[in-house]
Write a protein that binds this ligand. Sequence first.
Ligand SMILES: O=P(O)(O)OC[C@H]1O[C@](O)(CO)[C@@H](O)[C@@H]1O
Length: 546
Amino acid sequence: MSILVSNTPAWQALQQHQKQWTGVSLRHLFDADSSRFSTYSVENSGLLLDYSRNYLNAETRTLLLALAEQMQLSDWIKRLYQGDEVNHTEHRAALHMALRHRGNAVIRVNGKDVMPEVQSVLQRMKQFVTAVHQGEWRGFTGKRIESVVNIGIGGSDLGPVMVTRALKAYHIGGLRIHFVSNVDSTHLMETIAELNPETTLFIIASKTFSTQETMLNANSARDWFLSHAQNPAAVAQHFVAISTAKERVSAFGIDTKNMFEFWDWVGGRFSLWSAIGLPIALAIGMEQFEEFLHGAYLMDEHFYHAPFDENLPVLLGLIGVWNSSFLGAATQVILPYDFALEHLPAYLQQLKMESLGKRVTRHGDVVDYATCPIIWGAAGNNGQHAFYQLLHQGTHLIPADFIIAAHSQRPLGTHQAATLSNALAQILALMHGRNAEETQTALRASGLSEQEIVQQLSHRTFPGNQPSNTLLYQRLSPAILGALIALYEHKVFVQSVCWDLNPFDQWGVELGKQVANGLLPALLGQGQVTLPIDGSTQALLQRLAR
Ligand SMILES: O=P(O)(O)OC[C@H]1O[C@](O)(CO)[C@@H](O)[C@@H]1O
């Protein structure tokens, strides 16, 4: 057994330091220090990070930076960027930065420069996007493509869904982009119900080309298409693949000249920069897709070069470690006050929880400290009328990331001022709260009788003290979105180093897949269950089996 990070000097110093935060109120930190914002904010790649509303002071920051140093974060960043096998359980590099590299560097994996292949796939994507946009790529009856359906799940869906939605204001080319991920046939059936097979293009996006949900949806989509086209040769004009698995793509019946490749050094949840981003490129055009890559590249450069105390991903990552492992926050809420980012919480759920939802170290030892918090959230104002009650008066410590656009992508009258007033109000109220005395004064001013005030006082008092980060940008553009996503990707890496985890594997999703495969024959009426199952599963199966 190797030494757990919890037994190291830097961790124990933080544990010791944590004791001085018991009972501290966040608002008093601001009362005591009027320069808190400038001390605890940093700006890069078009993103301002204000982390002043956290339980931290200069000593906390120094101790967190010492943890990063002790865990050799600089070396790990170098190893990541130079294509080392950082994903040791799958013997892979994790080089998503190569996909968005805008300089002339040679980037090697196992001694081979991967940049020529990266450039060549980008070039093919460009030709394809242009051909579809200009109507050179046509369907089997000679009509232009009008609709695109991306069939994929997890990393082959969530990123493209989120970005395509977030950049709706930048869509060009008039294509309608749909996404089908769930194996429940409702998803596919409801999507294709609106479509014309003559003008629909399917993208089958799967790194492995063996994921049950995707392959079943792909097969059913092809059946639907062929029931109209009546000609297997027409599949070539309506199905393209994005994958690392050439043979499986071929076996499915897609000509590999219509396959856009990526590589095993691109993790599924880090793959939207690769050909997996094809639906994004079809939506916004290749030029703007390259701007999106450029924004991420700027963040890559910042992460690699900036000193840690000015480094956005490093600071964000360390604050997350502090909140989860030392202050006991079991959850973190993502609150975009930019409706275009409505799918960001779902995207970050996979990015963070599939990467860091782990309980053993790189050496396989069970940890004795909390790792990834539970990630959730919603577009700000909608959340206010759903779950903010719990943020304000519930019993949990819930650190929040507020993500705010200074300007709306689609300005209208006073809407943006209203959005911003809500965002700033929530950031303030969650931290500041309203104590009994302030509540009494407010209730008196509203005309309540003394008897009613006594009755209502505790119900209308707010403890405040919910910590938060604020990320602010001007207007959500392809480049800003690229930088924002890369920021969160690198934050995940920073946390993995501090927690001594491999963030690039996901063995935790395997067991469910295997059990599902074991149960399927019984549900199809094609045999017995071969796995040991409990009485409850047995009873449910009997009710559900055909
Ligand atoms: O692209 P594929 O191979 O179909 O995998 C889809 C998703 O399944 C997972 O392997 C497990 O959820 C993800 O990591 C991945 O993004």
